[in-house]
Design a protein around this ligand. Structure first.
Ligand code: UD1
Length: 427
């Protein structure tokens, strides 16, 4: 297993090239199942979650070729085993996204229930109710969801909560249903719009993505196409925090500010200067910095993303005064807090609220990564902690960030990755 070692104290400076979005790529790869022809995807990030999705598609019988430099081609003509195993689904919950496309194309799908994961129980009831609204027959057997339908029928469904994954799963299934589907109270995340754009590119008809009402006109057949994935707004936000934390001068791009608006509003409240260049699609944070405490509440898009909560909290950890973070999306998403406290932060958790009292400085220590975004936050904290911070179990970071430490090193961070002898099996 690898670890990341950071020596804090360097100001970051320079430009970061933002990779393709993980959360857009995963559903779009699943949606390739809907296409009769070959799908070519560009700007696919080279991260572990994508490798997991490639593994899922291959076990189904798909032909997936990683052409390098962010290009992946998928041909699902030979899918013959509409089943996603527990072993794969447990390593990546987003594997559940193959359920809708498999059902729509094969008439049957058997997908393991994801089970609990580090950031909460995360049920899939909304995915299942939505597919039932399209006429699917669903039962749970031995930890697997078994969904059947000869041909799905367009239907109406109002989601009780604007779930990102459920919106995507239902939208994909409805694209090959007989008739039109109206989905209400949909998630509005930009990645949903990217998925809708992809479906439209392969011959589908999805209207209203990015709003709370999506209309999907079902087609008899969808085709192959090429598509370039949108950039990763969470990666961009993470590097903007890194730049601000170190009182540096960092530009991220390509990125559209509208995808990060609520986050940028909080950066501004936190006393961070930034400038947006719409033409070049870049955002830059720069000195002078006069940090201020913030009140953050995570919520569905367009509100503050839960996926940036941990990272911004590192900034509050060194900001005089009290900041509060209210997590409303996941019930167990403060796992970075105990580790930040090991670095000297003063943070108390009260149910779904974290109260952060700013301290003068953090000091390096050994910490353990627990989930994707929590681990990124620990590396950020290491950038400003006095001395040496060792972040263990960095495979969590590798799930969602492409060459994270390399990109930070390019900005001037004193950071390396090496083999964690203490946490590796003996040869
Ligand atoms: C997606 C993102 C993840 C992000 C999250 C919220 C991907 C691959 N992942 O996850 O990075 O943190 O959106 O922005 O895109 N829920 C139910 N029943 C359901 C579905 C969800 O109760 O059927 C609950 C979940 O337990 C959770 C909340 O709804 O508490 C949000 O989940 P959801 O929006 O579905 O997130 P994901 O699609 O899993």
């Amino acid at each position: 297993m690898d670890r990341i070692v950071v020596n804090g104290g360097r100001r970051l400076k320079g430009r970061v090239q933002i990779s393709g979005s993980k959360n857009a790529t995963l559903p779009i790869m699943a949606a390739a199942i809907l296409a009769k022809g070959r799908v070519r995807l560009d700007n696919v990030p080279n991260i572990r979650d994508i490798k997991s999705m490639v593994a899922v598609l291959r076990t189904l019988g798909a032909n997936v070729v990683n052409g390098g430099r962010g290009t992946v081609t998928i041909s699902t003509r030979r899918i013959n085993k509409p089943e996603a195993h527990y072993e794969l689904v447990k390593t990546m919950r987003a594997s559940i996204l193959v359920l809708g496309p498999l059902l729509a194309t094969q008439g049957v799908a058997r997908v393991s229930l994801p089970g609990g994961c580090a950031i909460g129980t995360r049920p899939i009831d909304i995915h299942l109710k939505g597919l039932e609204a399209l006429g699917a027959d669903i039962r749970i057997e031995e930890g697997y969801v078994i969904a059947e339908a000869e041909r799905l029928k367009g239907g109406n469904y109002k989601m009780p909560f604007a779930s990102v994954g459920a919106t995507e799963n239902i939208m994909m299934a409805a694209s090959l249903a007989d008739g039109t589907t109206i989905l209400e109270n949909c998630a509005k995340e930009p990645e949903i719009t990217d998925l809708a754009n992809f479906i439209n590119e392969i011959g589908g008809e999805v209207n209203g993505a990015g709003t709370e009402r999506i209309e999907i006109v079902g087609k008899d057949k969808l085709y192959g196409a090429s598509y370039s994935i949108m950039p990763d707004r969470i990666e961009a936000g993470t590097f903007l925090v890194a730049g601000a934390l170190t009182r540096g001068d960092v530009t991220v791009g390509p990125m559209r500010a509208e995808w990060l608006q609520s986050f940028l509003d909080k950066l501004s409240e936190a006393g961070v200067n930034f400038e947006i260049n719409d033409e070049n699609e870049t955002i830059r944070v720069f000195p002078p910095y006069e940090f201020k405490p913030v009140t953050v509440k995570t919520d569905v898009f367009p509100f503050f993303p839960t996926d940036l909560q941990a990272q911004l909290m590192t900034l509050s950890a060194i900001t005089e005064g009290e900041s509060t973070y209210h997590e409303t999306i996941f019930e167990n998403r403060f796992m970075h807090v105990a580790e930040l406290c090991r670095l000297g932060a003063d943070i108390k958790i009260d149910g779904s609220i974290a109260r952060v009292k700013g301290v003068k400085e953090l000091s390096g220590a050994e910490v353990m990564a627990s989930d994707l975004r929590a681990s990124a936050a620990l590396v950020l904290a290491g950038l400003i902690a006095k001395g040496r911070t060792v972040v263990r179990r960095v495979y969590h970071i590798d799930r969602g960030y492409e060459r994270f430490e390399e990109k930070l090193a390019k900005l001037g961070a004193n950071i390396i990755r090496d083999r964690d002898a203490a946490n590796s099996p003996k040869k």
